[in-house]
Each structure stands twice: as C-alpha cells, then as structure tokens.
Design a protein around this ligand. Structure first.
Ligand code: NAD
Ligand code: ZN
Ligand code: ZN
Length: 380
C-alpha cells in the first residue's frame, strides 16, 4: 500500500510499504477514507521529536472496516468507523475510569502512559496516512458512524481535534454564560471555540496572529484578538472592564512565539494566568514535552518551563493538562454533528490525494494563508 513516511526534518515521502495484517485476535484493519494532517504532526515534521525514520505518520483516521480478528464481535467488516487517536486496552485502571489517553498497557515505553498511531514516543504503532491501518482492541476503540458518505468532513474531526477542543473547555471548567479566552486559532483552538459556543459561553475570545485563522474565528461568532497588534491580555481587559475571562484554553503548545516568531514556551501560560479571573480554570491541550532538544534555553530543553506560578497560586486558579481521552466525548460529538448542532468541517481548507501529502505538510507547516486544515484521501 501507499503511506506517508517520515524521512527526517521537513521531509515526508509517499512510499510503497507492506500492508498491515491482523496481529492479535482483537485487531481490525481499516481501509482509510480520510486522514488529516495535525498540528501535532508538525512537531515531528520540524524535527522537534525523537520519531524514527521510516515511521508511517497519521493519527486522525476514519474509514471502512476491511477485516477483523477472531475475537472482534461488535465491529463488523463494512462498518464505517472513526478511529480515536488514543490506542487503549479498555481494561486497565485508567481506561476503566475514562482516561484512555493514559492507558497503562498499550505503550511499552518505560514511564509513558498512553499510546497513539504514528507518533513519537507513543508506542510502536504505524499511522493512518496510508491506505490501510491496523487498529488494536477494535471493539473497544472504534466508534461506529452512519453508513454512506454523509458528513465525512465533519466526522473526520472526531478522531482528535473536535474532542480535543471540547476537552480544553472541559478542563477549563467552562460553564454556560462564561467568558473564555482561547489562545491559538489553529485547528485545535478553533475547535475549542466551536465547543465553547455550543456549551453556551457568553463570549469567546480567540487569540492568534494569523489573519485567515482569526477571520474563521470571527465567522463562527467568536471575538478575534490579534496578538501582533498589541498585548492580547490588555486587549481583552479593555473590552471586559478589566475583569478578564472566567476561564481559558491553551491551544498553542511549547512552540508559542512572540509576533517576531521568537519562541517563548511560557508566553501563553503567563497570558492565561493574567487574563483568567481568580479561581478560574485553565485547560492546557497544547502540547508540552518532557524533553525538547530544539528549545532555546537549557531549562526548556529539560521540559522545565518557568511560567508565573506565583500569580497562578495567588489567584487560586486551576489547571488541567494532557492528551485528550477521545472516547469520553466522541459519541456525543458525533450525534451533535448528525443533528446539525455542530459543524466542525468549517475549518477544512484543503482535500488532497495521499500522493500530495508532502505539499500539504509543507504549506500547513508554513501556516501559509488559507491552509487551515488539510485532509488526505488515500483512495483518490
Ligand atoms: N492534548 C491533545 O490531545 C492534543 C491533540 C491535538 C493537538 N494538540 C496540540 O494542540 C496544539 C495546537 O494544535 P493545532 O493543530 O491547532 O496546531 P497549529 O500549530 O496549527 O496552531 C497553533 C496556533 O497557535 C498560534 N500561536 C503561536 N504563538 C501564539 C501566541 N503567543 N498566542 C496565541 N497564538 C499563538 C499559531 O499562530 C498557530 O495558529 C499543538 O501543540 C498540538 O500538538 C494536542
Ligand atoms: Zn491530531
Ligand atoms: Zn488501558
């Protein structure tokens, strides 16, 4: 089959590789219909992880079940399914309490709980930017979708970014009527803003500097804040009579930068501590790494990020972090899509055949105007 293979920093190729096969009786093989490029893939693409050459990338996958192992009974060949990016066993302590993103069994790496497809440090699993994908514990992991081709571009957001954006608002403790500040207007930030609107926020600020992304935020009813035009905290304080927001979502991650492009991994955390009112919650879904050899300072290379913890403590704020447990939300979000209450496809900018993946990566990585979210179609 054809697959998108990591070759080294800023180099992916579409290469002929062996088809995946059923390795365990609880596996399924999915023929991928849509697979997305994610901002998380860019950490690997930019050489900011230890991902090995030859890895098939892709953790945002959906498709049609092609084969199932002998122990699979709920999922059938021919089912249309969304594949959560987390690979979870379903029976460990964390899975049983709904934290499938910290499954204790699926990642063999010492000290790492939680596994994913095609990702650095997340276990030996290949990704789905390919024609076929092996899914472990298929009965537990796969989410059934209505048959046919309807809502394909909405359902494809269920494997990661729609649940992740929703999780950001959940970790932030968002309540109806709240004002919320979302930092980052990439796909995850825009999904957090969409989720906040659905959950009844009274005002949703979205902070970024990319004009096209801020325009999309405005289109769904959020208030765009351009951090290249001035301090985003001051801008939000000015229009909230100095009160700030009730909660906030971090959808940027450790490569947060100032308007000149200089990285400051603590910048967005500091801004959130300032802009969120005392006792408010902060949901951090942007990724921070325990090791980042590409960081500017020795501290940050060890994952030590000196944010304004003193003010955070004084304000009695709360913070939630980590990878999203997709299964906690994906059924509900699927049903919001089916009834028309949610339409996460609004951010799709490009639909490319798999063979054009390298161009997709390059433009999305450069944040070229209009390249908000790239979908790959292996069958095209
Ligand atoms: N927790 C999870 O489960 C999970 C899942 C998916 C993605 N992620 C992470 O979420 C983050 C965002 O993903 P994405 O796909 O939207 O990526 P992205 O890189 O497309 O978007 C990040 C956005 O942040 C903006 N930004 C940079 N510095 C900023 C600042 N100082 N203030 C405000 N905005 C700033 C950038 O301009 C960009 O538009 C990444 O770190 C990704 O790895 C986490
Ligand atoms: Zn993703
Ligand atoms: Zn588990």
């Amino acid at each position: 089959m054809k697959a998108v293979v990591y070759q080294g920093p800023r180099e992916v190729t579409v290469t002929e590789v062996a088809d995946p096969v059923i390795q365990f009786p609880s596996d399924a093989i999915v023929r991928v219909t849509t697979t997305n490029i994610c901002g998380s893939d860019l950490h690997m693409y930019e050489g900011r992880t230890s991902v090995e050459q030859g890895k098939i990338l892709g953790h945002e996958n959906m498709g049609i079940v092609e084969a199932v192992g002998d122990a699979v009974s709920r999922i059938k060949v021919g089912d249309r399914v969304s594949v959560p990016f987390n690979i979870a066993c379903g029976t460990c302590r964390n899975c049983l309490t709904g934290w499938t993103s910290f499954c204790l069994r699926t990642n063999p790496a010492e000290g790492m709980d939680g596994a994913a497809y095609g990702y650095a440090n997340m276990g030996p699993y290949e990704g789905g930017q390919a024609e076929l994908l092996r899914v472990p514990y298929a009965d537990f992991n796969l989410l059934e979708l209505p048959p046919g081709g309807e809502h394909e571009n909405d359902f494809t957001m269920l494997s990661d970014i729609f649940p992740t954006g929703w999780h950001g608002t959940e970790l932030a403790g968002l309540q109806p009527g709240d004002r919320v500040a979302v930092f980052g207007a990439g796909p995850v930030g825009l999904m957090a803003a969409h989720s906040a609107m659905i959950r009844g926020a009274s005002q949703v600020f979205v902070v970024d500097k990319e004009r096209d992304r801020l325009d999309l935020a405005g289109k769904i009813g959020a208030t765009p804040v351009d951090f290249s035009a001035g301090d985003p905290v001051e801008q939000i304080m000015d229009v909230t009579s100095g009160r700030g927001t009730d909660c906030g979502v971090e959808a940027v991650g450790y490569q947060a930068h100032d308007p000149s492009g200089q990285e400051h991994p603590e910048l967005v955390l500091d801004n959130l501590v300032k802009v969120v009112r005392s006792t408010g919650g902060i949901g951090v879904v942007g990724v921070y790494m325990p090791q980042d050899p590409g960081a500017a300072t020795e501290q940050a290379q060890q994952g030590r990020i000196a944010f304004d913890y003193g003010t955070f403590f004084s304000k009695g704020q709360r913070m939630g972090t980590g990878q999203c447990p997709v299964m906690r939300y994906n059924r509900h979000l699927r049903d919001l899509i089916i009834t028309g209450r949610a339409q996460p496809s609004f951010l799709v900018s490009h639909e490319l055949p798999l063979t054009e993946a390298a161009e997709g990566y390059q433009h999305f990585d450069s944040r070229d105007a209009g390249w908000t979210k790239v979908l790959l179609r292996p069958a095209a």
